[in-house]
Design a protein around this ligand. Sequence first.
Ligand SMILES: Nc1nc2c(ncn2[C@@H]2O[C@H](COP(=O)(O)OP(=O)(O)O)[C@@H](O)[C@H]2O)c(=O)[nH]1
Ligand SMILES: [Mg+2]
Length: 360
Amino acid sequence: MDEKQDKQVSENQKNDPDEKKPDHLGVNKNRRFYNRRRRYSSQQYQYKKESVTFKKISIVIPLLNEEESLNLISHEIRKVIKPIDVGFEVIFIDDGSTDNSLNVIKEICRTDKRFKYISFKKNYGKSAALQVGFKYVTGDAIITMDADLQDDPSEIPNLLKKLDEGYDMVSGWKKIRKDPFVKKFSSRFFNFVTRVISKIKIHDFNCGLKAYRREVVDNIYIYGELHRYIPVLAHWQGYTISEIVVKHHARRYGKTKFGISRFFKGFIDLITVVFTTRYIKRPMHLFGFLGALAFLAGIFVNGYLTYLWITGGYLSNRPMLFLGILLVIVGVQFFSVGLLGEMYVHNTRSEKEYIIKDKG
Ligand SMILES: Nc1nc2c(ncn2[C@@H]2O[C@H](COP(=O)(O)OP(=O)(O)O)[C@@H](O)[C@H]2O)c(=O)[nH]1
Ligand SMILES: [Mg+2]
């Protein structure tokens, strides 16, 4: 394909009369530029058209009070999808907005049937909105993006192209971030910790702009604030993840919905993610291990003190005794929690949670 294009380009160059004529006045320069641009855009058009093997793209947009941006974003989406020549749907998830957002999306959906909306009675959070959106998608490739115009819809074709290389999920990386300093800094820290814990080599876990194959969104379950960890959840389900750099813009209208509380909630959620993805099926491996560790340390401490006591020492002024007792009790408690967890897992086992790749 590339070879063919190259050939065509060099042939065009050969036949281009402008290339041979002397150019004293700079007139041909403009024309040359024009011709080159025309060639370039037709090449790009062909390339994009062929590069997407997906049949239908579903774009899920969770939103909360974004009335000013919605018309613009719809317009941009139509514009960028057109050259790719693929069917698409947009699903707006209005999460109990208190401004005019719902009326704006209703009007958009009335005039263009490719746009749909779901409106929640109250605010359930971005994860809930995405999860419900994922349930209603009908496309085989899914894009998620923020509604505030900070994500650039012109990145959609690039995400799809990368997805088409064979990855299950492609995450955007806001390499040059147009956000206040505090947010940029804390986000870098958050991404660093998540990268170390999850061992996934991407830079930006919480970018709103992402692309997924249908299978991925069918098989992940997000709630609470877990939308920040979708790459982690997907990775631990066995899906492959890639990343591309995406453009990011400063917020044009309204204000951010995630204040300082995001950091506390975010890290507690990381613990949830680690637990639910690694240990939910084997709680004893976590609690049993911790319990055994504490119990043995306690036994060791108390053994040492017993030895001292036998050899004539006094224990009444040894704070270490309390440590030993505490470690034994905590150890037993961890163990019991692990056992209860195992009993629960045993009784609620289900084959649905195992993703089957192929069947003969
Ligand atoms: N469904 C839903 N969407 C939300 C909620 N909070 C924020 N959003 C949307 O998530 C996107 C990102 O939110 P934003 O406030 O810009 O976060 P920031 O870019 O990280 O500062 C925007 O499209 C918001 O409208 C929420 O509670 N529910
Ligand atoms: Mg934003």
